[in-house]
Ligand binder design. Sequence first.
Ligand SMILES: CC(C)(COP(=O)(O)OP(=O)(O)OC[C@H]1O[C@@H](n2cnc3c(N)ncnc32)[C@H](O)[C@@H]1OP(=O)(O)O)[C@@H](O)C(=O)NCCC(=O)NCCS
Length: 168
Amino acid sequence: MDIRSESLPDYAAIAEVNILAFGQENEAKLISEIRDSQGYIPELFLIAEVDNVIVGHILFSYIDLIGEESLQVLALAPLAVLPKFQRQGIGSALVEAGLEKADAIKEALVIVLGHPHFYTRFDFQPSVNYKITSPFPVPDDVFMVKRLQIYQKKYQEKVVYPPAFLAV
Ligand SMILES: CC(C)(COP(=O)(O)OP(=O)(O)OC[C@H]1O[C@@H](n2cnc3c(N)ncnc32)[C@H](O)[C@@H]1OP(=O)(O)O)[C@@H](O)C(=O)NCCC(=O)NCCS
């Protein structure tokens, strides 16, 4: 398996991976809206390929953390692996590669709304442990943060997602 940043010829296959993984088109639409937004970070849109076929995709984009000051942090979403390639370590490899790149470009914090069973293995922890609150009425354990090397305590308070996320 290879992991690399996406490029324009990959867009259709990435949409297909998301549609098949989620069983709906919302995530594929969200990805395309993020690409057209100020939150787009091309090097943090990653694909996993097996025999030159795209089987997985992850992206990290900028969202805001609004407290005493407004800070940019990363949202991890969506993450998708083609159903017949799931449970083979591809999703984990994409998360690890993305976190490593995010650290390398000196990002401080990653936010995810997802399954604790999956994300705690990468040391994601409930955001409430760091005084970061979710904009969604969800249980504390599913709204998680991963602190990267340059994280500081000033990263607190309320996460604000761009409107495109609210449609998913
Ligand atoms: C979630 C997803 C990306 C994981 O990718 P993957 O390549 O199957 O993941 P890995 O093989 O690296 O890891 C598999 C682990 O993830 C866990 N996992 C996968 N989907 C899960 C889910 N919906 N809920 C809880 N755990 C899940 C598996 O139980 C497995 O755990 P184990 O190692 O303890 O058995 C993939 O299953 C997927 O695309 N699902 C549909 C889309 C989706 O729900 N994405 C949202 C992610 S928040």
